[in-house]
Design a binder for this molecule. Structure first.
Ligand SMILES: Cc1cc2nc3c(=O)[nH]c(=O)nc-3n(C[C@H](O)[C@H](O)[C@H](O)COP(=O)(O)O)c2cc1C
Length: 451
């Protein structure tokens, strides 16, 4: 029997005023992150293109000079509640911070959304890339990098424990006996840890997927270890194919060390595509966007990514080599590598980030874009891509209408959805309830009783 060739997974990062800082300024762009009709239109388009998921990033602060997709945005869990009802099959990824929420609240919200969407939720676990958020939560400062990850680990364990606080068949609703729930199958968690004390049980049944899919984008050593332990979708940011392949190997090896099946970790490098009907048209569009990008904004984004204010460094000297930031280490390391490899001046690096936000930028015809994607995919640089359209809806529409069909024709992307839940679509198993898992202690006990 002929085996089907592996197919890509594709998601789209829905920064509605565009991923490119100046994307909204193009005449054909629809401005505004707070534009529900636009967001709905993009999500419906993504579903018609059979994408795996849309995904909403988030931050918990704002200031006037911020990226236009970040200065204002819908609260993403609320937004996904609405989107869950406008769609039927596409996965819905949402960012929520472990630093500025409580595990009980978040476990409940994500479980609710997984029920409302019929098992299509994913949680992008972030520790918070924007330190300014601390001031909105009565905190003196953003916790340090290692501490944020330590909090995140305990947070995720508590959330999983809360989702497991209901066994699968604990809701009975038996009219004759008047028994609503089976009390023997509802369990207190009684977690007492370093950062959290949570009694439980949760007040909603176990999510349809067991646990919503875990997404993560850790890029530091600690972040990669965290991703290897928990993440099922990992957002990568590499610009260079060999570095991307090495990252995939490193992450899969680390997943194995955590006792996981490495094929249950889907690694998706970011891809900012500028598509034209000819190469010249695509390049002209890149130039148009570049000309609209305010260099001061671009420098701000670059400084944010690098974790250092670079605005006073000489623009026409090589981009300065500084220790990687403790906030977005992955971007800092990858951008420094790109600058070194391409001998970029600070001005060139600023302009590159102004357009690409620090992700991989590809510019060309649908076939050229598909070639680049196929090349990376077949080289093992990832399991697909996280698409970062420079503006909405046009840049995404062009990708969906012209690049996706090329990938489909090459057998590299699905033409129909398979499965119902996001886990089924990704080929990642549903975690069984612990009551159905055999613990090492139980195995030892049963071995002892047989002896
Ligand atoms: C595609 C992508 C999306 C991200 N989305 C968010 C986000 O919405 N909110 C956030 O605080 N951080 C976000 N991050 C940052 C990561 O959570 C993480 O802080 C960053 O990749 C640095 O990794 P590290 O914490 O291991 O140093 C994102 C990163 C990537 C690559």
């Amino acid at each position: 029997m002929a085996t089907q060739q592996p197919q890509m997974h594709l998601g789209v990062l829905l920064l509605a005023a565009g991923n490119v800082v100046s994307g909204w300024r193009l005449p054909e762009a629809q401005a505004g992150a707070q534009n529900f009709p636009l967001i709905k239109q993009v999500v419906e388009k993504a579903e018609r293109a059979k994408l795996d998921f849309i995904f909403l990033a988030d931050g918990l602060n704002s200031f006037p000079g911020m990226h236009p997709s970040m200065v204002l945005r819908f609260e993403p869990l609320t937004l996904l509640g609405a989107l869950a009802l406008c769609t039927k099959q596409i996965g819905l990824g949402v960012t929520a911070s472990t630093t500025y929420t409580e595990p009980y609240n978040l476990a409940r919200m994500l479980a609710s959304l997984d029920h409302l969407s019929g098992g299509r939720m994913a949680w992008n676990i972030v520790t918070g890339a924007f330190p300014e958020a601390a001031a909105n939560f009565g905190r003196e400062k953003h916790p340090a990098h290692e501490e944020r990850y330590a909090i995140a680990e305990e947070f995720v364990e508590v959330v999983k424990g809360l989702w497991d606080s209901w066994e699968e068949d604990s809701l009975i609703m038996e009219k004759a006996s008047g028994k609503f729930v089976d009390a023997t199958k509802m369990h207190e968690l009684n977690h007492h840890g370093k950062f959290y004390d949570v009694k439980g049980p949760l007040n909603i049944t176990r999510p349809p997927q067991g646990y919503p899919v875990f997404m993560q984008a850790g890029a530091s050593d600690t972040g990669v270890n965290f991703a290897a332990k928990y993440a099922e979708i990992v957002f990568a940011i590499h610009q260079n194919k060999d570095t991307a392949v090495a990252f995939v190997r490193r992450l899969r090896d680390a997943a194995v060390k955590h006792g996981r099946n490495p094929s249950h970790v889907k690694i998706l490098p970011g891809l900012c595509a500028i598509v034209g009907s000819t190469e010249a048209e695509a390049k002209a569009k890149l130039a148009e966007i570049g000309a609209l990008t305010d260099p001061v904004y671009a420098m701000k984004i670059l400084s944010e990514r690098m974790g250092h204010d670079l605005s006073s460094y000489p623009l026409d000297s090589p981009a300065p080599e500084l220790p990687p930031s403790s906030i977005m280490q992955g971007h800092a390391i990858t951008l420094a590598e790109t600058a070194r490899r391409r001998n970029m001046t600070l001005r060139e690096l600023r302009d590159y980030v102004g357009v690409s936000l620090g992700y991989r930028l590809v510019v060309g015809t649908p076939e050229q874009i598909a070639d680049e994607m196929e090349d990376w995919f077949k080289a093992g640089a990832g399991d697909g891509f996280n698409l970062l359209p420079p503006w909405f809806p046009g840049a995404f529409d062009t990708f969906a209408d012209h690049v996706v069909p090329v990938l489909q024709k090459r057998g590299l992307f699905r033409t129909e959805y398979t499965g119902h839940t996001m886990r089924e679509m990704l080929g990642i198993p549903r975690p069984e309830h612990p009551a159905k898992r055999v613990s090492p202690n139980e195995k030892r006990a049963s071995a002892a009783s047989l002896a």
